[in-house]
Design a protein around this ligand. Sequence first.
Ligand SMILES: Cc1cc2nc3c(=O)[nH]c(=O)nc-3n(C[C@H](O)[C@H](O)[C@H](O)COP(=O)(O)O)c2cc1C
Length: 165
Amino acid sequence: MSPQATKDLFRQAWARFPTGIAVITFRQADGAIHGLTANAVCSVSLNPLLVLVCVDHNSRSYPMLMAASRFVMNFLAQGQEDISRFFASRDAKGHPPFRFRRTLHGDPILEGSVASLDAAITERNIAGDHTIFIARVEEIDLTDVPPLVFHTGKYSAVAPPIHTD
Ligand SMILES: Cc1cc2nc3c(=O)[nH]c(=O)nc-3n(C[C@H](O)[C@H](O)[C@H](O)COP(=O)(O)O)c2cc1C
């Protein structure tokens, strides 16, 4: 029989699942820019274009996102590990290791990302100790740089393709 599910086994199982890394950037009510490193992100729907991000109720970002109407989902590139660490830290110190530019909606895009999706929040659904923020994508910015990968708690790169034909 398989072992009983625990928080620790749950964490270990998900650590074995490689993901990209997103930074969710948004404007606060006073115009200040905030960001959150997140890999619990997903494409939801093509018609309409929807994405989701799951946000921890204990994060500082949670009440800020509850008050926000839009966010940008930036997929990080190889070499942006310092940006991931910066936005995963509650009390980031020193000079921020990133530059922003603005979307047509005036939202902050992280320079050098693989892709950035500017989206309007349409739903907030509580799920356990997280809230799922669903948003309709209105602007998309693409580059062709290689992505950053997260696996077994470490930053990594995409391996060469496996040829099966
Ligand atoms: C690779 C990685 C992925 C993460 N994914 C998420 C996530 O999907 N949702 C979330 O709420 N926090 C996630 N975190 C944790 C937040 O980035 C972290 O709690 C951060 O301190 C929150 O900052 P804040 O308190 O300023 O909001 C992740 C952290 C890392 C390093």
